[in-house]
Structure formats: structure tokens, C-alpha cells
Design a binder for this molecule. Structure first.
Ligand code: PMP
Length: 394
């Protein structure tokens, strides 16, 4: 049955993690996989999550099935977090999914079912799994111009010019905030222009927001999405609790559909449930039960928001320290982009040869393509990273 299979491609990020783990050098630094780390280099369990988990263990009375849509209280809370007080709110229907990955796939399946032959436009570059997920659902994928590798900022004019040519068979996949991998986000004016173009051209906006609260704040990071939600007739959203609740392995996320009417959204949700039934049937409960408890309890929610804000400040603080460290060591402002980018990642423009030298000579692990995980650094790593980057000619 399987003898004719070719060797599968290794996931470049996960294989880098293995190589890092096996490296015996004590000074090694992992800038690869996208997890947040605190100043001790640990990806912590958030305090509100731990409190909720203890209470859940003591009070939960059954592990019986929940339902195809998962925890409806969780679904409402996730919709509130993104869409409260927008025009879209009353038309939105949400379904709990295994992470944002599950949401991406379910929404892709929904689009393929509802609009066979649709083309999904993703940014160049984009999250490494966007193309595989969309293609696995049978959708055609094309790329829109996004990042200017010279300025290390988004080329918003070129991006918008391309979006002007989209039509009703097209889906525009946007990163809600903290663009992965580049760290470059679009301005609120561009979100407004995209909302206008949605009306003019009839494409479907699809927002993937996996880092709400890791950029400029919980509400601030949803500002662009909320511009769309106030204006466009239809919208789909994939959201995640992996980063902002630190629930990575619990696989907690949601797919939200905003149709032209609440009835349309409910129909779409029903189809997602049907498609989920044929794949994983039901999402795992634990993470969503914790999030639901946290978001529906004032004290726990306040505690979570406080800790999230401090993680956010830490990331932006590390960005500032990189800017200062590079300015001092290189006598130039060419690394200032670290301070302009938002979220966990920045694309550095490092060549494959420089990435290899960083690994071989400096025990610093960077994924191919040159993305670095700023949120994986600790303060004491910064001088070593600055020195090594300059030594390889960055
Ligand atoms: N979308 C983007 C943009 C991501 O970076 C990621 C990975 N963190 C995901 C979706 C998938 O997230 P999850 O772990 O919740 O499935």
C-alpha cells in the first residue's frame, strides 16, 4: 500500500526545533518556532489559565460529548472579543475549532462548498500553512504583493492596486494583526480602503487573527478587522487562543462567519458543523472551557488582560532593545524596522548562507526565509544576537 510513497517534506520550522534541541552548545538561541517566552526563556501557563484549570478540575462533572459547534459560551465570548459593538455582531455565527488551523480549514471547506472555483489571495509572504490549508480544501491560491524587502515595511500602494482588480470569485485573506512572518502590518487607512473595495469589487474578506493582544493591545489589534466588520456585507474570521491565552497544545480557536443576514450565517455554521463531523467531529473541550470561564468571569478576565498586556509590553520592549543594540553596534538605523514591526516576528532579509553561518558559528537558529521570533528572545540574548547578525554581514 505505501511502498511507492516518496519521502515526505519535513516541516522547516519543526525540523529546526529538533536540530536546536540536539545542539549541545549552552549559548544556543532559538529564534525559530513561534512561541512566546518570558525572561527566563519559558513559555508560561498564564495565571488565569491555571486558576481556571484548577477550578474546572474540581467542578466539572462529566467528560461526555459537548456538541459539533463546541462550547457555545466560548463561541459567544470569542465573537465578543472581536466584534462587540460592530455592525457585524448581530449577524455573526461562530463555531469552536481545533486552533486557528482548524478554523482556517473549516472556512476554506465552506468557501469551496459555497463557491467552487474560488481563488484565495494570500500575502507574499504569508503564514507558511495558509497555502497548504487552502489548497487541501481544493481552492486555488494566488499571492498579492505585500512586503517591501528593502524598506522592511508593507508596500500598501502595490497591495491595494492589486486588490482593486479582485472580483466576486475571489477571497482576500488578510492577517488581522502581527503579520506572520514579516511583522509588517497595514495602516487603518488601508483597512478602510479594503472595506470600500469589498463593496466595489464583491470579493470576500477573510481575516486570520492569531495574535490579538500581541501587537498594540487587545482592542487596538482588532481595529482593522472592526473597520471591515462595520462596513462589509460578508466576512469570515479565523481566530486563535494559542498565543494570547498560551494554550498552544490545547488546540483552541474559532471560525466566525458573518453573512448578509443572521440566517445566512447560521446556515453557513450548519454546513461547517456538517464538515467538521466528517473530519474531526468535535473540537477538544479543555482549552475552550478555560477560555470560556476566564472571559465570563470579571476577576479572571481582568487578570488575563493584565498578564497579556505585560507580555505585549515585554515583546515591544525587546523590539526597542534590539533597535538600541543595533544602533549602537552598527552605527546605523538599518535595523530600526524591529521597532516598527509588531507581534512575535520580523523578517530580517538574512540570506540562506547567513542563516547557516548563524547556526554553525553562533548557535543561533533562524528559519529559512529569515523570520526571527522576537518573542522567543530573552534580554540577555540581545547582545549575542546583535553581535552575531553583524558578524554574518546582516
Ligand atoms: N494563523 C496564523 C497567522 C498563525 O501564525 C498561526 C500559527 N500560530 C495559525 C494561524 C495557527 O494557529 P493555531 O495554533 O491556533 O492553530
Amino acid at each position: 500500500m505505501f511502498e511507492h510513497l516518496d519521502a515526505p517534506m519535513q516541516d522547516p520550522i519543526l525540523s529546526l526545533t529538533v536540530a536546536f534541541r540536539e545542539d549541545p552548545r549552552p549559548e544556543k538561541i532559538d529564534l525559530g518556532i513561534g512561541v512566546y517566552r518570558n525572561s527566563e526563556g519559558i513559555t508560561p501557563i498564564m495565571e488565569a489559565v491555571r486558576t481556571a484549570a484548577i477550578e474546572l478540575a474540581e467542578t466539572q462533572v462529566t467528560k461526555s460529548y459537548v456538541g459539533l459547534a463546541g462550547d457555545e459560551q466560548f463561541n459567544r465570548a470569542m465573537t465578543d472579543l472581536l466584534l462587540a459593538d460592530t455592525a457585524a455582531y448581530s449577524r455573526a455565527a461562530a463555531i469552536q475549532t481545533p486552533g486557528a488551523s482548524g478554523a482556517l480549514r473549516m472556512l476554506a471547506d465552506l468557501i469551496a462548498y459555497s463557491r467552487p472555483g474560488a481563488t484565495v489571495w494570500i500575502s507574499n509572504p504569508s503564514y507558511v500553512n495558509h497555502r497548504p490549508v487552502m489548497e487541501a480544501a481544493g481552492l486555488t491560491v494566488r499571492e498579492y504583493t505585500y512586503f517591501n524587502t528593502e524598506t522592511k515595511a508593507v508596500d500598501e500602494d502595490a497591495m491595494l492596486a492589486q486588490i482593486e482588480s479582485l472580483g466576486e470569485q475571489d477571497v482576500l485573506l488578510l492577517h488581522g494583526c502581527c503579520h506572520n512572518p514579516t511583522g509588517g502590518d497595514i495602516s487603518i487607512e488601508s483597512w478602510q480602503r479594503i472595506a470600500e473595495l469589498t463593496h466595489e469589487r464583491g470579493f470576500l474578506p477573510f481575516v486570520d487573527i492569531a495574535y490579538q493582544g500581541f501587537g498594540d493591545g487587545l482592542m487596538e489589534d482588532a481595529a482593522g478587522l472592526r473597520v471591515l466588520a462595520d462596513s462589509v456585507p460578508e466576512l469570515v474570521i479565523a481566530t486563535s487562543c494559542s498565543k494570547n491565552f498560551g494554550l498552544y497544545r490545547e488546540r483552541t480557536g474559532a471560525a466566525i462567519v458573518v453573512g448578509q443576514t443572521p440566517e445566512d450565517s447560521l446556515k453557513a455554521k450548519g454546513h461547517i458543523q456538517r464538515m467538521a463531523r466528517a473530519t474531526y467531529t468535535m473540537p477538544p473541550d479543555h482549552g475552550a472551557a478555560l477560555v470560556s470561564m476566564i472571559l465570563n468571569r470579571e476577576e479572571l478576565k481582568a487578570n488575563w488582560m493584565k498578564e497579556l498586556a505585560s507580555m505585549n509590553q515585554r515583546i515591544n520592549g525587546l523590539r526597542e532593545q534590539l533597535v538600541v543594540g543595533f544602533r549602537e553596534a552598527s552605527d546605523s538605523d538599518r535595523f530600526d524596522y524591529f521597532g516598527e514591526h509588531r507581534g512575535m516576528f520580523s523578517v530580517t532579509g538574512l540570506s540562506p548562507a547567513q542563516i547557516e553561518q548563524l547556526k554553525q558559528n553562533h548557535a543561533i537558529y533562524v528559519v529559512s526565509g529569515g523570520r526571527v521570533n522576537v518573542a522567543g528572545l530573552t534580554e540577555k540574548d540581545i547582545p549575542q544576537v546583535v553581535k552575531a547578525f553583524l558578524a554574518v554581514g546582516a
